[in-house]
Design a protein around this ligand. Sequence first.
Ligand code: GAR
Length: 208
Amino acid sequence: MFKIAVFVSGGGTNLQAIIDQIQSGHLTNVEIACVLASKTQTYAQTRAEKASLPCVVVRRSDYLKLSEYDEAILDAIKPFAVDLVVLAGFLSLLGPQFIANYRQRIINIHPSLIPAFCGPGLYGIKPHQAALDYGVKITGATVHFVDEHYDEGPVLLQRAVEIRTGDTAEVLQQRVMKEAEQIILPEAIGLIAAGHVQIEGRKTIIRS
Ligand code: GAR
């Protein structure tokens, strides 16, 4: 069984999509070994509990230094011996120590078509507002590997979503979650678990 840790900070709709895909048998040979939340009382935690998944809370606000937080989350997930860390709406920064321990074994879902509308400060609802402000007609979501550079690791999957006249950032966010994020994140996990993904330099190669 391919074991994953899912890191969350908020509503957990992406976590739910992974749970649903496993429970419906569409995502096979994958087990959510643990859920790690960076805050208390997130709805993501409630979703984890409803699905009877082990959930650990390691609050970012309890640590002054990023290196201390890195150590704490490394310790927290160590017992679960996971093959992959999935950032599913995890809005805390990971430090170099954590990334070095899980090199090429961390993926993130970002709510835009990278390299557009990404980077420091652009998370959650903000990439959607930025896309509307710029006036682009298409946006979407990206699953990428995580390295030391914010939102810059090799792109694995992307899915485009149309922007419609009258969209607000909230409406667009819901459409991107439903039509892109919740599809490509479980798909990316399945591809990696099946051994179909190779990283070459800054690119990924998907073999069938
Ligand atoms: C999602 O839209 C995810 O793409 C975004 O936060 C939201 C969390 O939703 N992540 C980022 O912006 C990371 N840069 P969720 O908690 O309901 O899955």
